[in-house]
Design a protein around this ligand. Structure first.
Ligand code: CAA
Length: 380
C-alpha cells in the first residue's frame, strides 16, 4: 500500500488550490450572502478541466482518476462548498453516468460540452414524495411513438436552473417499482420542461437548488439511457460514485474549519497568552485534525477502490457518513474556538457550519448510508 501522491496528483491538487484561493475565495462570502450562482467561476472550472475530470480524452475530458478528482473537490470546497457541489454533480452524477451508461450517440452529442463546461449538467432523481425512498418515483414517462411524454415534479435539484442537460429518472412502468424506472436526457428549453421554484437555503447558498416541472414534455426515445427499467440501477450506481465526491466536499469544509481555528487560536489572546497555548483549545484542534485525517483516508480508499475497478459502494457510503459527520463537528468546534466571533458573518466559520449540514442529507442521508453499509455487511 502506498500513500504517496503521484506528481500528477500533486499538480492537480495545487492547481485546484490556486484556483480556489485566487478565483473563488475573494467573492465566496458575497455570493453566499446574495445567493448568487458563480457563473464566471464555473466557466473557469470548465476551462481548467475541473468539470469533466474523469471523462476520457475522446470527449475532451481530463482523463484523470477518482483520486485526482477528490483532491480537487476538497480544495474547491475548502474555499467554497457551493462551487464544490456544482462541480461534484457535473463530474460524478452527470458526466460519469453518461460516459458509463450512455450510448455512443448520446456521448457524442453531450459529453464533450459537459466535460468542458460549455454546458452544465443536473441529475433529477428526488421528488416531493421520493427522497430517501427513491424508488417511489411519481414522475411518469409514457411511451408515445418514437418518444416518451414526461409528467411530474422533481425537487431539490442541484444546478437545476443553470443546467443545459438534465438526467431525469421517471417511471416507465409504475407497477414494476424499481425495475420500472428509466433515465432520460432532457435538454433545457424542451417544451413542457420548466424550472418551477428556486429554493432559499441554510447553506451552499450560491449553488442553485430548484424544483423542475414536466408537463407533457416530449423527449425522443433516443434520449433514454440504457434499457427501459434500467433507471434505478443507473441512479444508484451513479450515486455510489457521487457519494465519494460529496465526502470530499465535506472534507474540504472540515479542513477549512480546522485551518481557520488554527489561525485564530494563534492570534487571539486570552489570559495573557494566545488561546492556542491553552490545552482546552489544543485538544479541540487535535481531535479535529485526527477526525479529518480518518475521513481523508476513507475517501482516498473509496476512490482507490473505484480506480482499481473493485466494488466501492459500501466504502463510498462509509466515507460520506464519516466525512459529513466530521464536517459538521469540525465546523461547530471552529465556532466554539472563535467564541462570539464565530457566530457572526465576518468570520467565515458560521458559513462552514451552514454549508456542512447538507452533506449529511444530500446524495443519501446519513441514515441511508447506514442502510447501504448494513446491507453490505449482512447480505454479502
Ligand atoms: N448499484 C446498482 N444497483 C443498485 C444499487 C447500487 N448501488 N443499490 C440497489 N440497486 C438495485 C437493486 O439491486 C434493485 O434492483 P433489482 O430489483 O433488479 O435487484 C434496485 O436497485 C432497487 O434497490 P433496492 O431494492 O435496494 O431499493 P430500496 O427501495 O430498498 O432502496 C436505497 C434502496 C438504498 C434506500 C435507495 O433508495 C437510496 O439510495 N436512497 C437514497 C437516494 C439518494 O441518495 N438520493 C440522492 C438524490 S441526488 C442528490 O442529492 C444530488 C445533489 O443534489 C447533490
Amino acid at each position: 500500500m502506498d500513500f504517496q501522491l503521484t506528481e500528477t496528483h500533486m499538480m492537480i491538487r495545487d492547481m485546484a488550490r490556486k484556483f480556489a484561493d485566487e478565483e473563488l475565495a475573494p467573492s465566496a462570502d458575497v455570493r453566499d450572502e446574495r445567493e448568487e450562482f458563480p457563473a464566471e467561476q464555473v466557466r473557469r472550472m470548465g476551462e481548467l478541466g475541473m468539470l469533466g475530470m474523469m471523462v476520457s480524452e475522446k470527449y475532451e475530458g481530463a482523463a484523470l482518476d477518482t483520486l485526482s478528482y477528490v483532491l480537487a473537490e476538497e480544495e474547491v470546497s475548502r474555499v467554497d462548498a457551493s462551487a464544490g457541489v456544482i462541480m461534484s454533480v457535473n463530474n460524478s452524477l452527470v458526466c460519469w453516468g453518461l460516459e458509463q451508461f450512455g450510448s455512443d450517440e448520446q456521448k457524442d452529442r453531450y459529453l464533450a460540452d459537459l466535460a468542458t463546461g460549455r454546458k452544465l449538467g443536473a441529475f433529477a432523481l428526488s421528488e416531493p414524495e421520493a427522497g430517501s425512498d427513491a424508488t417511489n418515483q411519481r414522475t411518469t414517462a409514457r411511451r408515445d411513438g418514437d418518444g416518451y411524454v414526461l409528467n411530474g415534479t422533481k425537487n431539490f435539484i442541484t444546478n437545476g436552473a443553470h443546467a443545459d442537460v438534465t438526467l431525469v429518472m421517471a417511471a416507465t412502468d409504475r407497477e414494476k417499482g424499481a425495475r420500472g424506472v428509466s433515465t432520460f436526457i432532457v435538454e433545457k428549453g424542451t417544451p413542457g420542461f420548466a424550472v418551477a421554484k428556486k429554493e432559499r437555503k441554510l447553506g451552499i447558498r450560491s449553488s442553485d437548488t430548484v424544483s423542475l416541472a414536466f408537463q407533457d414534455c416530449r423527449v425522443p426515445a433516443a434520449n433514454r439511457i440504457g434499457d427501459e427499467g434500467f433507471g434505478m440501477k443507473f441512479a444508484l450506481k451513479t450515486l455510489d460514485g457521487g457519494r465519494i465526491g460529496i465526502a470530499a466536499q465535506a472534507l474540504g469544509i472540515a479542513q477549512a474549519s480546522l485551518d481557520a481555528s488554527i489561525r485564530y487560536s494563534k492570534e487571539r489572546k486570552a489570559f495573557d497568552k494566545p488561546i492556542a497555548d491553552l490545552q482546552g483549545i489544543q485538544f479541540k484542534l487535535a481531535e479535529m485534525a485526527t477526525d479529518i485525517q480518518a475521513a481523508r483516508a476513507m475517501i482516498w480508499h473509496a476512490a482507490w477502490l473505484k480506480d482499481q475497478g473493485q466494488p466501492y459502494g459500501p466504502a463510498a457510503a462509509m466515507a460520506k457518513l464519516m466525512a459529513s459527520r466530521v464536517a459538521v463537528h469540525a465546523a461547530l468546534e471552529a465556532i466554539q474556538i472563535h467564541g462570539g466571533y464565530g457566530y457572526i458573518r465576518e468570520y467565515k466559520v458560521e458559513r462552514f457550519l451552514r454549508d456542512a449540514k447538507i452533506t449529511e442529507i444530500y446524495e443519501g442521508t446519513s441514515e441511508i448510508q447506514k442502510i447501504v453499509i448494513a446491507r453490505s455487511l449482512l447480505h454479502e
